[in-house]
Design a protein around this ligand. Structure first.
Ligand SMILES: *[C@@H]1O[C@H](CO)[C@@H](O)[C@H](O)[C@H]1NC(C)=O
Ligand SMILES: *[C@@H]1O[C@H](CO)[C@@H](O)[C@H](O)[C@H]1NC(C)=O
Length: 949
């Protein structure tokens, strides 16, 4: 096809150069007469037509002549021409290109005289209203390369004479009313099997019938695209289709094919395989080894019930997998969901059973998992699963489950529609054309639309620099339509030659990104002339565009689960492990605000700890989502048997944690402590982790001020733990996955204090086995095993660098701390070099005032020596100053941190002196210090008592 395209461009070039060279010559009289006769049957022609008797010399729009003043090209694409095509067309015997596409009121029969155009290479009559039979005289056009008669009203059967078109690479008769069987040389003397150069058989959307003979295909054919869908073919699929070495797209869906699907395994280049809605029987096709497949649909046939086939784990390039009602049972392989391009999986109306476990490595593109009407009894839900994309109605797990009133079980979307994704262009006389893609590999065009847009803009840039809008939608025939709306630049309207030369894509001169598959274009009526009705026409055109845009947005929203939709569930293991062994301790812990839950209650709130409610897992056990009777969502951390600490220890921890209350810490709601179970009940934080937000997993883009606010929030949480919790708590595992974002994007620190509280060992330091997360670990702590609050400061510094760079601390074998330090060394302390390593999102958004000071703070936090690092309090103060100095004030920012400390009257059994002087508080207001320190500690601890007063 590529080669033909080049030839065509060459041809057009030669033709137009030839045309201009003989500008003054008189047109060949035979051609001039033929055109004048043709004109008599046409209205709405360009004004240049008929002004003179010399179409070549006077340059009638759409006509190209050669140096002998013979007409070689007639291109009247999309000019609203009306009428019929008379026999006179047969007199233009030098014609090589005839394109009358997109003139919806041009129709009538195609005259037999067209067979006289023996030099014709391109015959293109797309989207007109031609009717009657396809003339068998077309078989005389021995030079024909490109034959496109699609989207007309042709009737009758395909003439066997088309088999004589030995040069044809493109045969498109789709979307007509053709009937009868496909002609083949064995039965009809000549037939389609002789078209060995043809790459495209596009015969979809007719009422063709009969069985397809084995002889229609053979291995010497060049076929890439077979579109036979939406006909009435019957009988078996010929085994010979499996030997076509270049086949990329095979659409046989919506016919009446019967029998077993033949072996297709040799079709290693096949991207699209659609066999749905036939009467195929036997085993489901064996697609082993067909690793190029991107879009597979074998739904709604009469296949024998079977277990989930093993080749599902081989489809490494799969984007869209549809196997509705094919009798599948068993469980889906996790590997399927990990293929990186996967968008849609539709396996509804099967017998899939057991647990749906998609694994924890789910494709980021995954948009829809439709498993309605199966026998799934439970679902393992990981953080990475978007709840909105699951469809589970009609499975046993939807009965009584906590999920029963959520989107996966009800199908009802709760969130508001997403903002428009398409930028419309406004102008008085836009030209609009629809590109119809008949076999795209994907279901969600939004992932690929920008590729199409940039690609098309380039193609059309000579006509419409930067004034283009694309609007995708699917119509009822299930192909993908994309409306291109183009605005004239520096002119009121496009003229004929712009439309004919720029927007006419009928000859496939434009090559869209591969995944879009074969296409054709249809122009919408354009108000070229007729000044009186022009205003009306403009009104109609712009009105219909706006309607299309509106409908499209609504349609897209309703049709699909939005990528950027908020996830219902996204809490990332905010809790550390606790406990081992231990029987129930008779007496309940004394709690300030956390409450005691019975096992029965928690069973009720989580629907008996069903898998579907599990939202995280780790060494300690699992985290479940639940809902209190008052509607509050909770996250319940349930320890595995055998990982439990003693009852007393657990009780002590609960008592302590129940007093840790701060708006930047994930709050404890309660606990359960019964029958060997130890559970902690936390508030549920809906917006996931900072890590997910930074790495774009949530569709959130954090601007600079938001990042400052998150840094400030989490610093406040940590400062509270270090200086105001009683006893002080060292977090030990500060990282971006332990910082959660609530519905107002307020950051809350999670996973603190569960396994280690600062106790009264020497000098506030603890000897302990090193614990933490690689990349965030304080090197000094690692070397010395001496844990101090400054180890948290180091980890927090790494988080601050992450906020700047949006890269994990260890990435591509680079360590973020060293990377930043190296850049700064090279740059001699200048910050310019950092641009290369900085988060591009941040750079794009701009406005990062106070950046140098923030960076300096981050680098202070990751100093090698603990003593050189600031305290969390100092950090809070510094970030506040950075924000204030640069005008980033927000309502939720307060100048003096106010904590809700309610431990004033608590009695705490153990002693928790915390005498690390370097973290002493200087920034909190007197009241909170008074709360914190008065009467809480044993009087023997003089240093602490004195510190605050
Ligand atoms: C399809 O073909 C079958 C015979 O193969 C015929 O009975 C049926 O009426 C046809 N359907 C249509 C819509 O033409
Ligand atoms: C599918 O085909 C492959 C190789 O072509 C073969 O190894 C495998 O056994 C087949 N599977 C089934 C279920 O027939």
């Amino acid at each position: 096809m590529m080669r033909e395209r080049q030839q065509l461009l060459m041809l057009l070039f030669v033709l137009s150069v030839g045309g201009s060279r003989i500008a003054s010559a008189d047109t060949n009289p035979q051609d001039a007469a033929a055109l004048k006769s043709l004109m008599k049957k046409w209205t709405n022609l360009p004004a240049s037509w008929g002004k003179s008797n010399d179409p070549c010399g006077a340059k009638w729009d759409g006509i190209v002549c050669n140096s002998n003043s013979r007409v070689t090209s007639l291109n009247l694409f999309g000019i609203n021409m009306k009428g019929t095509l008379s026999d006179d067309i047969g007199s233009l015997t030098e014609l090589r290109v005839l394109d009358l596409s997109s003139n919806i009121e041009l129709g009538g029969p195609l005259p037999a005289a067209i067979g006289k155009l023996v030099k014709l290479e391109y015959l293109v009559l797309i989207s007109c209203s031609f009717s009657g039979p396809v003339p068998s005289e077309l078989g005389n056009l021995s030079q024909l390369i490109f034959l496109a008669l699609n989207s007309n009203k042709f009737t009758g059967s395909i003439p066997p004479s088309l088999g004589k078109l030995s040069r044809v690479t493109w045969l498109d008769l789709a979307d007509n009313q053709l009937t009868g069987p496909l002609p083949n040389s064995r039965d009809n003397g000549t037939g389609l099997d002789q078209l060995i150069k043809a790459e495209h058989f596009h015969l979809n959307q007719n009422t063709l019938q009969g069985s397809i003979p084995e002889s229609l295909f053979n291995s010497s054919m060049a076929l890439k695209h077979i579109l036979f869908d939406r006909n009435n073919f019957s009988g078996p699929i010929p085994a010979s289709v499996g030997v076509l070495p270049k086949l990329e797209i095979l659409r046989l869906n919506n016919n009446s094919f019967t029998g077993q699907v033949p072996a297709l395994n040799n079709l290693t280049k096949l991207h699209v395989l659609m066999l749905s809605n036939n009467k195929l029987s036997g085993m489901i096709p064996n697609l082993t080894g067909m690793t190029s497949l991107e879009n597979v649909d074998i739904s709604n046939n009469n296949f024998v019930s079977s277990e989930v086939p093993s080749w599902l784990s081989d489809l490494i390039n799969i984007i869209t997998l549809t196997m509705q009602s094919v009798g599948l049972s068993g469980q889906l392989p996790q590997k399927l969901f990990s293929f990186p391009k996967l968008q849609n999986v539709v396996l509804s109306d099967n017998q899939l059973n057991g647990t749906l476990d998609m694994g924890n490595n789910i494709s980021k593109e995954l948009d829809l998992v439709d498993i309605q009407n199966n026998k799934i009894s439970s679902v393992t839900v990981y953080n990475s699963i978007k709840f909105q994309s699951l469809k589970l109605e009609g499975n046993p797990l939807c009965n009584n489950s906590l999920l029963s009133d959520t989107t996966p079980c009800t199908g009802k979307q709760t969130e508001a529609p997403p903002p428009p994704l398409f930028v419309d262009v406004q102008c008085a006389n836009p030209f609009i054309e629809t590109i119809v893609f008949r076999a795209p590999s994907f279901a969600n065009v939004l992932e690929y639309l920008h590729q199409l847009e940039s690609n098309l803009s380039r193609q059309l840039s000579s006509c419409t620099p930067n004034r283009l809008a694309l609007v995708p939608y699917s119509n009822e025939d299930a192909y993908l339509n994309v409306d291109i709306k183009a605005c004239p630049v520096n002119q009121k309207k496009f003229n004929y030659s712009q439309i004919l030369n720029c927007f006419n894509l009928t000859l496939q001169s434009y090559k869209p990104p591969e995944k879009f598959g074969p296409y054709y274009v249809m122009a919408h009526p354009y108000p070229f002339h007729d000044k009186v009705s022009r205003a009306l026409l403009i009104g109609i055109v712009t009105g219909s565009v706006l309607l299309v845009v509106g409908l499209t947005l609504v349609g897209f929203y309703a049709m699909r689960q939005k990528k950027r939709a908020q996830r219902l569930v996204s809490i990332n293991n905010p809790f550390a492990s606790w406990g081992s062994m231990g029987e129930d301790i008779g007496e309940a812990p004394k709690l300030k605000s956390a409450r005691f839950f019975t096992l029965e209650e928690l069973k009720l709130y989580t629907n008996d700890f069903r898998e579907i409610n599990a939202i995280g897992a780790g060494g300690y056990g699992r985290v479940y989502r639940g809902k209190l009777p008052d509607g509050q969502l909770i996250a319940i951390k349930r320890s595995k048997e055998g990982s439990m600490q003693g009852g007393l220890e657990f009780k002590t921890e609960i008592e302590l944690l129940s007093r840790v209350h701060h708006k930047n810490l994930v709050g404890l709601v309660g606990f359960c402590f019964e029958k060997g179970e130890r559970m902690l009940v936390y508030e549920f934080i809906p917006n996931g982790t900072l890590s997910e937000a930074l790495y774009g997993m949530k569709g959130i883009q954090l601007d600079w001020s938001r990042r400052l606010k998150i840094a400030l929030d989490s610093a406040k949480g940590l400062a509270y733990l270090h200086d105001h919790a009683n006893p002080p708590i060292i977090h030990r595992d500060v990282k971006s996955t332990n910082i959660l974002l609530d519905e107002k994007m307020t950051a809350k620190v999670a996973d603190f204090g569960l396994s280690l509280l600062v106790s009264d060992s020497e000098e506030g330091q603890l000897c302990t086995n090193v614990k933490g997360t690689l990349g965030y670990l304080d090197p000094e702590y690692y070397m010395t095993q001496q844990l101090t609050a400054k180890s948290d400061v180091y980890s927090f510094g790494v988080v601050l660098l992450e906020l700047i760079m949006a890269k994990p601390p260890i990435h591509e074998n680079k360590y973020i701390v060293r990377e930043v330090k190296m850049v700064l060394d090279m740059e001699d302390g200048m910050y310019c070099g950092l641009k290369d390593v900085m988060d591009p999102v941040l750079q794009k958004m701009g406005g990062f005032l106070g950046f140098p000071r923030f960076l300096k703070l981050a680098l202070q936090c990751v100093q090698d020596t603990a003593a050189d690092r600031p305290s969390m309090n100092t950090i809070v103060r510094e970030i506040e100053v950075i924000m204030q100095d640069n005008g980033f004030t927000s309502a939720s920012m307060s100048t003096s941190s106010s904590f809700s400390i309610e431990s004033k009257t608590m009695k705490v059994a153990p002693k928790y002196p915390y005498s690390n002087a370097s973290t002493s508080s200087t920034t909190f207001d007197m009241d909170s210090r008074a709360f914190e320190y008065s009467g809480m500690f044993p009087s023997s601890n003089g240093s602490l008592k004195n510190r605050g007063t």
